[in-house]
Design a protein around this ligand. Structure first.
Ligand SMILES: C[S@@+](CC[C@H](N)C(=O)[O-])C[C@H]1O[C@@H](n2cnc3c(N)ncnc32)[C@H](O)[C@@H]1O
Length: 260
């Protein structure tokens, strides 16, 4: 996530944090993330299981996490014997640098959630304090795992819409809180190109959430869905047992026609 910027929801003029590097907002070709532009924020394995309705069989497969950032998904699942590779431009930085950046930005992110608290459900996660504890624990787990994970090539620096993997390397690819969430910053073409690229390397792709910032349905959803279907992909939208951002309880499942 990156620079605070103004977003005209009409409800609040407060800056809303973005988790994207400046290069993405400009959609330039080269990776040009600066750590100062990133606001790291990560979720847990339990949240990934709920967001993506992951079964035990899913968790036994070869999994790619696109845009995993400082989530603990990879660390926790690896510890349980899973086979996970995470891709994110954040991984070009050291764990120490990422930790320092988390410390710099944590309070402001929490303040922003507080300002927009009616955009969240507060049923599973019951309070701001609980949210803080969950996020810090997840990011700490990632930070401890990061140096070894980089050596083991479980954390790979890179960015959509291109992936440094061979065709069919993964059984399942997951993309949490990147595509659709940043619909204002990332174009319809970027979404289609990215999802097709993920489908090249994985038999099945799941994307969550399908809402954009401001807790409204992604403006790109109908067109992206139609274009993927026209391109021969099997696309479904399914309700999942996770809703923290209000109305964000659906994931998209995409399969290339050959494996549908
Ligand atoms: C909101 S965070 C989500 C982190 C994690 N997936 C989670 O749900 O906790 C978005 C992540 O997307 C990463 N990101 C931004 N642009 C990307 C791109 N083009 N390809 C892959 N990851 C990207 C950011 O660095 C950041 O870590």
């Amino acid at each position: 996530m990156a620079n605070p910027r103004r977003k005209g929801t009409g409800k609040s003029a407060a800056p809303r944090y973005q988790l994207l590097g400046s290069n993405l907002r400009g959609q330039m070709k080269k990776m040009s993330f600066a750590l100062k532009q990133i606001v790291p924020w990560g979720r847990s394995l339990a949240e990934y299981v709920a967001m993506f309705a992951l079964s035990d069989a899913d968790l036994r497969g070869r999994i790619l996490g696109c845009g995993d950032g400082p989530a603990s998904f990879n660390a926790a699942l690896t510890r349980q014997g899973g086979r996970v590779v995470s891709l994110d431009p954040l991984y070009q930085f050291s764990a120490d640098d990422i930790r320092a950046r988390i410390s710099e930005t944590y309070a402001e992110v929490m303040e922003q959630v507080q300002r927009n608290k009616d955009e969240y459900t507060w049923t599973t996660i019951k309070s701001l304090d609980e949210l803080g504890r969950l996020r810090v624990a997840a990011m700490e787990e990632f930070l401890l795992d990061c140096p070894l994970g980089v050596v083991q090539k479980r954390y790979v620096a890179g960015e959509l819409p291109r992936l440094p993997f061979a065709d069919g390397d993964f059984d399942l690819a997951l993309c949490s809180h990147l595509l659709f969430l940043y619909s204002e910053q990332l174009s319809e073409d970027f979404h289609v190109e990215s999802i097709k690229e993920i489908c090249r390397v994985a038999r099945e792709v799941r994307v969550f959430p399908l809402t954009e910032l401001g807790a409204k349905p992604s403006r790109h959803l109908p067109a992206v869905r139609a274009r993927l279907a026209a391109d021969g992909h099997a696309v479904t939208v399914e309700t999942v047992p996770y809703e923290f951002q209000r109305g964000a309880n659906e994931m998209m499942r995409i399969k290339a026609v050959a494996s549908a």
